[in-house]
Design a protein around this ligand. Structure first.
Ligand SMILES: Nc1c(C(=O)O)ncn1[C@@H]1O[C@H](COP(=O)(O)O)[C@@H](O)[C@H]1O
Length: 212
């Protein structure tokens, strides 16, 4: 028995898949997570480490798409859902199966706990669409990456949704030169920051550097 709230999501995904919208109107990246308790890791937390949402919106010019009738201004977008292999298997199946028809080019899937099966199951159903798995905790790593031969998934280290988003954009950049430029600009900024910190540490010495 599927609950009403899950069934309405399934219906919406299926309706979107049948619509054949232009690529400019649909998200390129789908972000799914096993629970909203994963949001700080998957999106980034206000007080802690940045995540996929942060790098996509702040560094790479993406917008989050929440409404499919009125697409955001930004050319490249992502969507976010809570989907669980264990709690809502039908929703996971529909999400993965409709992903390509809904315009997605890559999925980032994160799950926590020891039985983090959402990324690997999504990868199998969405195949050949690439899925990047994010183990939300260290203990989730074996179940995210442990796929049998012939059933691929790519994955990042525990908690590194930030890198998952960069990898997703690397995939998209093969077809979109403007994304390649944004990735290079991000990398240049990263290098610039390291260079500045290095000079500061060297010139002020360790105690002086630590004092600020
Ligand atoms: N690993 C999975 C799956 C799945 O893989 O299908 N569904 C939920 N979860 C994980 O359970 C943890 C606790 O979830 P709750 O906080 O909702 O109890 C989360 O980290 C979630 O990703």
């Amino acid at each position: 028995m599927t609950s009403e709230s899950v069934q309405s999501l399934i219906d919406q995904l299926e309706a979107e898949a049948a619509m054949d919208r232009p690529v400019e109107a649909t998200p390129e990246i789908g972000i799914i997570m096993g629970s909203d308790s994963d949001l700080d890791v998957m999106a980034g937390s206000e007080s802690g480490r940045p995540g996929a949402f942060d790098v996509l919106t702040e560094e790479l010019g993406f917008e989050e798409q929440t409404d499919y009738e009125t697409a955001p201004e930004a050319r490249f977008t992502f969507e976010t859902f809570v989907v669980s292999a264990h709690r809502t298997p039908e929703l996971m199946y529909t999400y993965a199966e409709t992903a390509e028809d809904r315009g997605l080019d890559v999925i980032i899937a994160g799950a926590g706990g020891k039985s983090a099966d959402l990324p690997n199951m999504t990868a199998s159903i969405a195949y050949p669409l690439p899925v990047i798995g994010v183990p939300v905790q260290e203990k989730s790593l074996p179940s995210v990456i442990g796929m049998p031969q012939g059933a691929p998934i790519v994955a990042v280290d525990a908690g590194k949704s930030f890198n998952a988003a960069l990898s997703a954009v690397q995939i998209l950049a093969r077809q979109h030169p403007e994304l390649q430029e944004r990735l290079l600009a991000y990398h240049e900024g990263l290098q610039q920051g390291v260079g500045e910190v290095s000079r500061d540490l060297h010139e002020r010495g360790t105690p002086g550097f630590r004092d600020t």
